[in-house]
Write a protein that binds this ligand. Structure first.
Ligand code: SIN
Length: 537
């Protein structure tokens, strides 16, 4: 059975900080649908530990934050975008606080008895500027935004719904200039595909960590927005810049548990298993060097010694401070039998953040009218070749605000158009679900082995061949069987894996997060040059 079209003014795919902040801003102007794959709080945002980078202290300046962002971005950031996002941070932070977000505070050094924001420090930042809620910042942001959204009668949540494809006028053969009309969405519980029509469609689907075998990201991070936008004809850029977080907990029972960079910000040092502080030889900022440098140094240390992890040591700090500042990390490590106040934490790098994505301007506009992308799914030019820690939640807030201002200022806001019903065709129920699980594992393993922290031309060539074969198998499976959420995600991770490899093959140099042993240096001719991919029309 097919449902009839569900019509809204704004369709938001994803319920993290970007989607919720946008929805709250446009809700006074029209009806908003938020489509989310699991429960509303299941987003990448929810897992963010570190915080939001923004200039709020007298010791700091926009200029310093811009400079740190450009340095981390290794010659590929768009400076105008960096300036805009950095400068618009403080008013967005104030709005977030007005919506009910509580950041950690501490006693003021200057005014006895007064409280002020407790600013954390992370890699690549020259000043303390990370606003945080202990070590569960994302959880607190989700709580505040979901609470605010629950008071908005114009916002309807569709939980356990996953978008399959975007609908554009060109794809359904409508005359006139191309625009995005909505999306086909699978209701995972009822197992029906529902057409959603909207005047504006917003991708706020987060990143793609699940493309890799080892990741800090939750299971939902399957690159859905990038894959759908690419299939719809949008340009995707800079996908080779996948950020590997240096410190994911290494424990056989732990899945994806991040040890925040804020732990190093508070003085933790990285040690080889023999106790050596190996970052001392790698960078003047030692353990707090930018992430690409730290992740590569750990990778090299592990390869040299044959160890499968290194150690993160904060035992020199007083135990009460560690427990108060990092309650979630402390408790989680303790659950795995590690007391971080007394012993070093075993850590290894893991895929963490997608710096490239769907090409947008700072207002979230893609090249397809009516389609916006905000947050990790988008490539605005803020991150360049390597994201500065905690800049992503800042980007999500600023760009969500700007996208909302853009769509609501548009007096000629397009009316939702009719969308043809989803065609199920002759698809039958899948009989071999093991195929999906197998293909999924194969992609994630080959991306880890061939397209990881250190790449070579040969490994990239192998990877692209293998992925293209896997894509063909997946396409066959996709058309033959009734669609399931696993199949939708599998098709998306295969698409995104191919985009990462093809972008990596386009860049004949090493820059930021993209390190290729066959081209170990940055080529000045490639500074300020994006890698771009678009489906042939
Ligand atoms: C962290 O807490 O280390 C993650 C912060 C980020 O990725 O920006």
């Amino acid at each position: 059975m097919q449902d009839t079209t569900l019509t809204f003014d704004y369709l938001v795919l994803g319920s993290g900080i970007a989607g919720l902040f946008f929805a709250l801003k446009v809700a006074p102007h029209g009806r908003v649908a938020i489509v989310t794959k699991k429960r509303s709080a299941d987003s990448n945002t929810n897992y963010a530990q570190g915080g939001i980078a923004s200039v709020t202290s007298k010791e700091d300046s926009f200029e310093l934050h811009v400079r740190d962002t450009l340095t981390a971005g290794a010659g590929l950031c768009r400076e105008d975008v960096v300036r805009q996002i950095v400068q618009e941070g403080p008013p967005r932070i104030a709005e977030l606080m007005a919506l009910g977000m509580h950041f950690s505070e501490r006693e003021s050094d200057e005014v006895p008895g007064a409280r002020e924001l407790d600013l954390g420090r992370e890699g690549g930042h020259s000043k303390r500027r990370i606003l945080h809620a202990k070590d569960v910042t994302g959880r607190e942001i989700e709580r505040a935004l979901l609470n605010a959204a629950s008071r908005q009668p114009n916002i309807t949540f569709f939980e356990n719904h996953i978008a399959i494809n975007l609908v554009t006028s060109a794809k359904v053969g409508l005359p006139g200039p191309n625009r995005c009309l909505g999306a086909y969405v699978l209701d995972k519980t009822a197992r029906v595909v529902k057409p959603f029509a909207a005047g504006s469609v917003v991708l706020a689907t987060g990143g793609c960590g699940k493309v890799y075998l080892i990741t800090t990201n939750p299971d939902i991070a399957t690159g859905d927005g990038v894959a759908m936008a690419y299939r719809a004809g949008a340009t995707v850029a800079d996908m080779e810049f996948i950020q590997f977080h240096p410190t994911c907990l290494y424990h056989p029972r732990a899945k994806s548990f991040l040890i925040s960079e804020a732990v190093r910000g508070e003085g933790a040092v990285l040690r080889a298993l023999d106790g050596r502080e190996f970052m001392d030889e790698c960078h003047p900022l030692k353990s707090l060097a930018p992430r690409d440098i730290v992740a590569r140094a750990i990778d090299s240390e592990m390869k040299k010694s044959g160890a499968d992890h290194v150690q993160l040591d904060i035992t020199h700090k007083p135990a009460p401070f560690i427990i108060r500042r990092f309650p979630n990390i402390y408790e989680t490590c303790l659950d795995y039998g590690i007391d971080m106040t007394k012993e070093p934490i075993p850590v290894a790098p893991a895929a963490h953040f997608q710096c490239g994505g769907v090409v947008t301007n700072v207002d979230g506009e893609t090249e397809i009218p009516g389609l916006y992308a905000i947050g990790e799914v988008a490539c605005t030019g803020l991150h360049g070749a390597n994201r500065l820690a905690s800049n992503s939640l800042l980007e999500a807030l600023v760009c969500a605000h700007r996208a909302a201002a853009r769509v609501t200022a548009d007096k000629a806001q397009p009316q939702p158009a009719a969308i043809p019903p989803w065609r199920r065709g002759k698809a039958s129920n899948p009989d071999e679900l093991v195929v999906v699980a197998h293909l999924w594992d194969e992609i994630r393993r080959l991306m880890w082995d061939y397209v990881g922290i250190v790449r070579t031309d040969k490994r990239l060539q192998r990877a692209v061949k293998r992925i293209q074969n896997l894509q063909a198998e997946i396409q066959e499976y996709y058309w033959d069987f009734v669609i399931t959420a696993d199949l939708v995600e599998l098709r998306n991770i295969a698409t995104v894996a191919e985009l990462i490899v093809r972008c990596a093959m386009q860049r004949p140099e090493s820059r930021g997060l993209h390190y290729n042993l066959d081209h170990p240096d940055a080529d000045p001719a490639w500074a300020q040059r994006d890698t771009r991919l678009q489906l042939p029309a």
